[in-house]
Design a binder for this molecule. Sequence first.
Ligand code: ADP
Ligand code: ADP
Length: 217
Amino acid sequence: MALNIILLGPPGAGKGTQAARLVEEAGMVQLSTGDMLRAAVKAGTPIGLQAKAVMESGALVSDEIVNALIDENLAALSPDQGVIFDGYPRTAGQAESLDGLLAGHGRKLDRVIELAVDEDALVDRITGRFSCAQCSTPYHDRYNRPEVGGVCDLCGSNEFKRRPDDNEETVRTRMAEYRAKTAPILPLYDTRGLVARVDGMAPIEEVGAAIDRILAG
Ligand code: ADP
Ligand code: ADP
């Protein structure tokens, strides 16, 4: 049975990094609303035009927009594909919608993995973040460098990119949004017995091993 899991944690917690690893090693599908929205901005679609300024400010895009993106992406999957939700849900409204969306596609939520991190480390993680311009593999200036400098480990590209919202000022707003709107979702999932907590301050490989143990159990 294909697993449906949420990776939950503040910006910079390591959600994208761990999701990319699960895609690579476990063949799961990563549904990142941040990636979907950035693609819409780049393509200049109506959603992208609406979302651009909101994302640059660090505020949240409307529930209607992200719920519709998730619905559309779930519809494109085959039932045997496991899903990692990365950066979604981010509000109680989105969490409620997700249950309905999953049911509509014959799925149910199996696990919510909380990446618990020290807030002081997040600015450093986010301002040092970059990714491959071709295949989006995530890296960090100090904590996760490509094996050969300037060459993507996965696809060999020499081009990398940084996000416009990965600056200190926007990060502060994003963290405030997380505390106010996203953290309150955790107790809701906890009462359903779905939450497993992982120490997101451990090195990347250790966080990955802890997640694997949870998914295997
Ligand atoms: P999120 O998707 O939760 O915003 P990312 O996975 O993009 O976070 O991680 C943010 C940055 O921190 C990236 O540059 C990544 O390489 C780095 N990083 C991720 N996990 C760890 C970790 N456990 N220790 C140190 N750096 C990490
Ligand atoms: P990070 O993991 O570093 O916080 P994301 O790539 O998940 O960043 O999100 C980047 C931005 O996209 C957010 O600051 C927000 O503006 C928007 N966004 C992404 N996912 C959602 C969501 N589920 N609900 C509302 N806004 C979202």
